[in-house]
Design a protein around this ligand. Structure first.
Ligand code: ADP
Ligand code: MG
Length: 220
């Protein structure tokens, strides 16, 4: 297992600058320390390290985050991330760990750089159904039309009442508002486009840095 910060993130330069909210950038040292305590069992090996380090660099807002070339469309720190590919390679585990790191940092320092809420599409659909049945529910799809968001398992959910693509609607709104969305899914971009329609499909490259993650499942 690789455990030195220099190899992990080795950016050639890391200028100290303020991000969009005028917060100091989270350092790679702090990030790595928290990631390791959050996910001590998470193995980084030659087969997965380029993808994982690119995603770390993206969250650390390092301009050279695509040095390994894992993003085939135009890489841009202002877009979100769409990570798709084989089942069991560690997509959800990685984003969950980053989510927890972000939560720790925001709780201790109020720095929101790495903070984002997370929800799976299936859970969102459950909550949507609950809210339709129960007027006292405080769930509203519109509550997700703001801020950052990590959506797990895109495409695994059913259509609401067999007709409405609420996740398609959510993606469309979030694109419109130029909000950063992080998506993990087993569906490739063409399947995402086929499911939600070309008005979503055509926008995927401008909305996301798209990463294909292939590999052997850890579940085997
Ligand atoms: N890098 C890793 N090192 C060790 N175990 C891992 C790693 N990535 C994933 N796993 C384990 O493999 C299982 C599947 O990972 P998961 O993140 O759910 O895959 P995916 O979301 O890509 O389908 C989980 O139980 C997880 O703990
Ligand atoms: Mg997953």
């Amino acid at each position: 297992m690789i455990s030195t910060t220099s190899e992990i993130l080795a950016p050639k330069t890391q200028k100290i600058k303020a991000n969009s909210n005028d917060q100091p950038l989270i350092t790679k040292q702090l990030f790595w320390r928290l990631f390791r305590s959050q996910a001590p069992q998470f193995i980084i090996k030659p087969q997965n390290k380029k993808i994982i380090y690119s995603i770390f660099r993206y969250f650390l807002q390092l301009p050279d985050f695509n040095e390994y070339g894992v993003i085939k469309n135009k890489a841009d720190l202002d877009k979100g991330l769409l990570v798709y590919g084989d089942y069991g390679v560690g997509k959800s585990t990685l984003f969950d760990a980053i989510h927890e790191v972000g939560k720790t940092i925001v709780t201790k320092t109020q720095n929101t750089q790495l903070w984002f809420p997370r929800i799976s599409t299936i859970h969102m659909l459950h909550q949507y159904y609950e809210s339709q049945k129960n007027p006292g529910s405080n769930f509203k799809l519109e509550n997700y039309y703001r801020g950052k968001l990590y959506l797990d398992d895109l495409g695994k959910e059913d259509k609401a009442y067999n007709r409405e693509e609420i996740i398609g609607k959510l993606l469309f709104e979030r694109h419109h508002q130029k909000l950063k969305t992080f998506v993990t899914t087993n569906e490739n971009p063409s399947a995402v486009a086929a499911r939600y329609g070309n008005h979503i499909g055509d926008r995927l490259p401008e909305m996301f840095n798209i990463i294909k993650w292939e590999g052997k499942s850890w579940r085997e």
